[in-house]
Design a protein around this ligand. Structure first.
Ligand code: ME8
Length: 655
């Protein structure tokens, strides 16, 4: 069957797409990033009651695929079939719940593309001429002399070759003014904001070239049915997937009526030009409304630039998921990077997130709470409860968190959305320390109070179980099983009221949600790092022989160290290497300037518990006041901020 399911009921709709991927080889963490983000958004909207259509798929035509198939000695369709199967397996592994997977080799898609092409030709938007220009085979793009960068492809930097062939062209310039006006009148159309100016100033205002939309030098594409020898050149074929998947120009128009225009096309910034210029112009020519938003997210970088197959610096999501678990990877991808900006991937940061956010903060909150409910009440929280003023702060946060999360999701601030859930988790862990249930449990007369404390914790976990579901579906499922809560206590509406569920069914602690990961330190150290450490150790042994270099315990005691929780972090306005942090140390919030901007993005530090030297004299660093210092370990290549991985609250002394 062409469609996974018919959706003809009357809820508000939400149509979200990922790019359709080239099945040129294995997909990497970069592709997984877009798809996981789209999945989280789609699941969130479904939870909010939307009728969501989440589309992904594969972009299977073009010269590159034809050549690769030839090299492998198989027909192009055989070549792509095998890779498409792997891609679908990857999405199953990553728990991607798409509604439809489109392949540009689907006969329905091909037929619609032929009709679209013909309509554009008949309307006079496409005309036949000759193409002469520079062609980049890997990018499947023609470039003019002036667009080349040092004689090479401006997108990928590889060699280009001169080509001349008969071709059809799309009159792009005809719609440029209308598009500029649309972009300017609709501030949400291109997001993030910064990318909008790039498109207007670098491409639209200098004037659009007509776009080459057919090729004759290869066969692997949708044939132009009224001109044999031409195949539709890749962007018209690829971009139309967003409407052919809804049955545009074939026999399923009801999906088109229902879901078009798309609410958001999620794409990487590398294909923004195609989506914010060529695609809207195609739609204008077809007399269709434009998508509401095109969101160009950043790249996942590795040392040495963008992670990409051609550079050979890819990270395999299958290997990482098998090693660390699917949900850990989903969490890390969405939490660590600001959606929209570039981020650098490194495995140590992943392990650190698993150990601190997942194993310590979330895993411990669940296991401690259920263990106490089992120990003191046999798994069922009694109805008799005694309130206390100390509960109010936690309760308020429990009721605010769904709304805060929703605000972030609406702006596609996925990292902040997760941070808002983790703020609640941290608050609940602190609440355990404040209320000391293990002491209440020793006193029979305090049972009603203990029951209230555990109820508040269970309510926190119920909200968390529900809110993490779009991001980490199987963790949410495991939590639901351990807490023994029915589905209807996890719906969006059921979160609105504190205390609406009575925990009458027995909870039972099972395996830990996230086992801690031990860093295989020695294996991970590069030769250079090892040598550095060796050199430092040798130096240490030498100096340790010298009594004068040793300090007494009183000297050490002069340095006051405390646990601080990073509440805000921004870049220093005048210095690239500096970050300005607002750190809570108990009741006090201090501003600290730290030279760590080359190693951490501001967002990645928010929520971390760090170690602060609190009795350092105040100073001004590049004009900004700083009160204290954050401890970090560093060598020539890397820097790691010292963090506290247990539940101890900010303000705790470090000894
Ligand atoms: O461009 N970091 O397909 P593609 C983040 N078929 N995202 C990355 C990434 C990285 N290092 N590498 C890839 C195509 N991506 C066309 C699209 S749509 C009508 C046609 C993501 O397989 C990013 O979203 O090269 C990028 O835009 C997409 O994968 C392109 O994948």
């Amino acid at each position: 069957m062409y469609f996974k399911e018919e959706k003809l009921d009357m809820k508000p709709t939400y149509y979200i797409t990922t790019p359709i991927y080239y099945p040129s080889d294995k997909l990497h963490v970069g592709h997984t990033y877009t798809t996981v983000a789209a999945d989280a958004l789609s699941r969130f909207k479904k939870m909010k009651g939307y009728d969501v259509f989440f589309l992904t798929g594969t972009d299977e035509h073009g010269q590159k695929i034809e050549e690769k198939a030839k090299e492998s000695g198989v027909a192009p369709i055989e070549y792509v079939d095998k890779i498409v199967k792997d891609i679908k397996d990857l999405w199953d592994l990553m728990d991607i719940d798409y509604d439809f997977f489109i392949r540009t080799t689907d006969p329905e898609h091909e037929k619609s593309v032929q009709r679209i092409f013909k309509k554009l030709y008949e309307n006079g938007d496409i005309y036949k001429s000759f193409y002469e220009g520079w062609y980049c085979t890997p990018c499947e793009a023609f470039w003019t002399e002036t667009q080349l960068k040092e004689g090479k492809c401006p997108d990928c930097g590889r060699e280009v070759k001169q080509e001349k062939e008969e071709a059809y062209f799309f009159k792009m310039s005809k719609y440029a003014d209308r598009l500029i006006a649309h972009i300017e009148e609709n501030p949400d159309f291109i997001q993030p904001e910064s990318r909008k100016n790039e498109m207007i100033n670098n491409f639209l205002k200098p004037g659009l070239q007509d776009l080459c939309v057919s090729r004759t030098t290869f066969d692997w594409g949708v044939p132009v049915d009224f001109d044999p020898g031409h195949v539709v050149y890749v962007w018209i074929d690829a971009l139309s997937n967003y409407i052919t998947a809804l049955g545009y120009m074939n026999d399923r128009p009801q999906l088109m009526e229902k879901y078009w225009p798309a609410d958001v096309h999620l794409i990487g910034k590398d294909i923004l030009r195609f989506h914010t210029i060529y695609w809207p112009i195609m739609l204008m020519a077809l007399d269709l409304p434009l998508p509401k938003q095109i969101f160009g997210h950043g790249w996942i970088l590795l040392k040495g630039g963008k992670m990409s197959k051609s550079k050979g610096n890819v990270v395999d999501p299958v290997v990482l998921s098998n090693k660390y678990g699917v949900d850990s990877l989903r969490y890390f991808a969405l939490r660590e990077m600001t959606f929209g900006a570039d981020g650098v991937y490194n495995e140590e940061a992943l392990i650190s997130r698993i150990n601190s956010d997942l194993a310590n903060d979330l895993g411990n909150l669940l296991s401690r709470t259920i263990a106490m409910v089992e120990k003191y009440f046999g798994g069922i929280i009694p109805l008799e409860k005694q309130e206390d003023a100390i509960d109010l702060d936690l309760r308020e946060l429990i009721s605010q968190t769904p709304e805060t999360l929703e605000k972030h999701m609406d702006k596609l601030e996925l990292s902040n959305a997760l941070a808002s859930i983790w703020k609640l988790i941290s608050r609940a862990n602190k609440y355990i320390d404040e209320t000391t249930p293990w002491i209440l449990g020793k006193d029979e007369s305090k049972k009603a109070r203990l029951s209230m404390v555990l109820f508040n914790l269970a309510e926190t976990l119920r909200v968390v179980t529900s809110l993490i579901k779009p991001f980490m579906p199987s963790t949410s499922q495991k939590m639901q099983e351990q807490l023994n809560i029915p589905d209807d206590a996890l719906t969006w509406d059921s979160l609105k009221e504190f205390g609406s569920y009575d925990y009458g069914m027995k909870m039972s602690k099972k395996e830990n949600l996230f086992p801690r990961v031990e860093l295989e330190k020695e294996e991970k150290k590069s030769e250079k790092e090892k040598n550095n450490i060796k050199a430092k150790n040798e130096k240490k042994t030498d100096t340790s022989k010298n009594e004068e270099d040793l300090i007494k315990i009183d000297d050490f005691a002069k340095v006051k160290l405390k646990v601080g929780s990073v509440e805000e972090c921004t870049k220093h306005p005048d210095a690239d290497k500096l970050l300005i942090l607002k750190v809570r140390i108990g009741e006090e919030v201090r501003q600290i300037v730290s030279g760590i901007a080359n190693h951490y993005s501001p967002e990645s530090l928010v929520g971390k518990k760090v170690v602060v030297v609190t009795n350092l004299k105040k100073s001004k660093i590049r004009g900004v006041e700083s009160q204290g210092m954050i401890l970090a370990a560093a060598n020539e290549d890397a820097l790691n901020v010292v963090t506290i991985d247990g539940g101890l609250p900010s303000g705790t002394e470090v000894r």
